[in-house]
Design a protein around this ligand. Structure first.
Ligand code: AHM
Ligand code: MG
Length: 339
């Protein structure tokens, strides 16, 4: 632990990084911290209570919702809405964004939050790490009016803060406000997050590649070529393959050890699987703040202008040299090549 600094103290101490800060972002981050602790408590006892399994509902993208997905979504939504600190929230588990305050705006809140409340939830039943991912923007519509779709469809380079919680062997909250990335580990006995990983940085190079190779025959040729490159017996290769199937955990490990995570397009998922707004943008912001890189294979993730709330994009993210190498292989084929 670094001087036993708690997350609460750290948020307050760094509030002045923001010019004219009113403390609104600090309150918002504190609310996320609180919701994370509540979800952590529930996730940790998932094997003990009758909360496991499928809730029988399907979300807007046609995927099964697990009970804990719904639980986590409710906790984060309720915490943000009840504490009256943001003007709008969008969640991977909700069909549309929520306008806080309705049509009659009685507040002047300026931030919106987008989140994936429980990513990798198919792993819950088998005791594998899951995570929460969040992304924060300043609204662009005028204060005191209801938020609009435009507020949510900003490019990732407009993010004010982003982070994730990994509910793993220990629970960590990792976030950035644009001044580097810091990781805090929860002491479960005290319910307090301590600064355990200050100034996290991706090694420039790594030896780990993370991808669902089961889809190999469905990948674009550029991805296939890059995978062969990873497996060649040359220089520092072959690399090691590690894939948990839980984005937050795969990303977290790669940031610490050096590696690349890929979820490309495939003939089965022509847009990729991961969502630009709830998963790729916050992960890309964290990656860049940790000296890594995030690309859709051809361009910087953070410069993509979103067109819809639940938009999917391919992603290559991790150690800078590795992502750039993957982009080199992708560039050998046109983006729209048939495969
Ligand atoms: P989810 O938001 O439905 O949980 O899906 C996202 C997850 C990521 O955490 C993970 O990296 C990926 O889906 C795994 O997908 P696949 O099983 O296709 O490899
Ligand atoms: Mg997800």
């Amino acid at each position: 632990m670094t001087n036993h600094i708690t997350l609460g103290e750290y948020i307050i101490e760094n509030q002045n990084d923001f010019q004219y800060s009113s403390g609104e972002l600090s309150s918002l981050l504190s609310s996320i911290k609180l919701a994370a602790k509540v979800v952590n408590h529930e996730v940790n006892k998932a094997g003990l209570v009758d909360i496991l399994g499928n809730a029988g509902n399907t979300n807007i993208q046609g995927e099964d919702q697990q009970k804990l997905d719904i639980y986590a979504n409710n906790v984060f939504m309720k915490t943000l809405i009840d504490r009256d600190i943001v003007c709008g929230v969008a969640s991977e588990e909700e069909d549309d964004f929520v306008i806080i305050g309705g049509k009659k705006q009685t507040h002047d809140h300026k931030y919106i939050v987008l989140m994936d409340p429980l990513d990798g939830s198919s792993n819950i039943d088998v005791n594998v790490s899951v995570g929460t991912i969040f992304s924060i923007y300043r609204r662009i519509s005028p204060l005191g009016t209801p938020v609009t779709q435009e507020d949510f469809l900003q490019a990732g380079n407009m993010q004010v803060a982003a982070g994730y919680v990994v509910y793993g062997t220990s629970t960590m909250l990792v976030y950035t406000t644009g001044n580097g990335v810091n990781g805090f580990t929860l002491n479960p006995a005290l319910g307090v997050f301590y600064l355990s990983h200050p100034n996290m940085k991706f090694p420039k190079d790594g030896k780990i590649y993370s991808i669902n190779e089961g889809y190999y025959i469905h990948f674009p040729q550029g991805v296939k070529d890059y995978l062969k490159y990873c497996q060649e017996e040359e220089d520092n290769r072959p690399y090691t393959s590690r894939y948990i199937g839980s984005l937050v955990s795969d990303f977290h490990r790669n940031m610490i050890k050096g590696g690349i995570y890929m979820y490309p397009t495939s003939s089965k998922a022509p847009q990729g699987k991961l969502r630009l707004l709830y998963e790729c943008n916050p992960i890309a912001f964290l990656a860049e703040q940790a000296d890594g890189w995030a690309s859709d294979g051809y361009k910087r993730i953070l410069e993509i202008k979103p067109t819809e709330l639940h938009q999917r994009v391919p992603i290559f993210v991790g150690s800078k040299n590795m992502v750039e190498k993957a982009e080199e292989f992708m560039a050998n084929y046109p983006k729209d090549a048939k495969y």
